[in-house]
Design a binder for this molecule. Sequence first.
Ligand SMILES: C[S@@+](CC[C@H](N)C(=O)[O-])C[C@H]1O[C@@H](n2cnc3c(N)ncnc32)[C@H](O)[C@@H]1O
Length: 275
Amino acid sequence: MLLEQTVSKHYANKDLLEKIYTGLGQLGIDKDQLTQSDLSSVDEFHIGGSEGTLMLAEKLSISASSSVLDIGCGIGGPARLLSSEIGCKVSGIDLTADFVNTGNSLTDQVGLSDNVKLIEANALNIPFADNSFDVSYMIHVGMNIADKDTLFSEAFRVTKPSGVFGIYDVMLVRNCELQYPLPWAVEKDGSAIASVADYKSALIKAGFSLRHEDDKTHFANGFFEKMSVNISSSKGLPPVGPHLLMGDLGKQKIRNMAQLIKSGIIAPKILILGK
Ligand SMILES: C[S@@+](CC[C@H](N)C(=O)[O-])C[C@H]1O[C@@H](n2cnc3c(N)ncnc32)[C@H](O)[C@@H]1O
């Protein structure tokens, strides 16, 4: 099976919108009064949630007039957050149809559809013209894409010459067998996790220059410590949370990722590139 097919199957989540509305209802949130911040516990599918998104955005100098591309946007949490905080227009692309459809419904529901649009597309063939965006970024996506040369040459092509590209991904630090399932793959064959050295060589080959690099291990350990209170609580999981995106193995996926980060085998890293 092609990696793209394995990835789409991994994230497929047919009744996701319904599950989110049911969970919100249990919290007393009426879907007809929904705000962007009501969604923050479920619509940011990466370490640190909205704090992680803002941590990356801070390095990207986004303004209200920026045109922004989110590559592998999931259900659009980061795109809606940046648009509502900064006022910019954000286009998102993602391989998983269920995520794109759920994301567009949520965007409509919170009144952001003039500024945020998600479309189903492959990051290896981005359906936008050359030099379309001031800022492009991807958050926790590269672990699903083996062909990093094509991925970064596509990101380079659609980013304006004066633009910036940001990456916030989980990368391999020590070369050893990983414990699956992980949030991005249930088995090794769905994973394309790579080292920071592999990222950098593909980025330089695509034409980017490195402006900034940061390791977010400490931030991640703190995030997982807070989360483990929820995971091991006798009350069980809250009605709305990232587990809605991760299916039945959600707890195990989070535990394995947290352990691998704590052991220094993998690490979340930020790379900021100029064109
Ligand atoms: C862990 S989720 C992160 C979602 C989102 N960036 C966020 O932080 O909320 C990874 C996402 O990457 C998407 N993805 C993986 N491979 C892709 C590809 N080749 N093209 C577009 N999207 C892809 C998946 O469908 C999934 O939505």
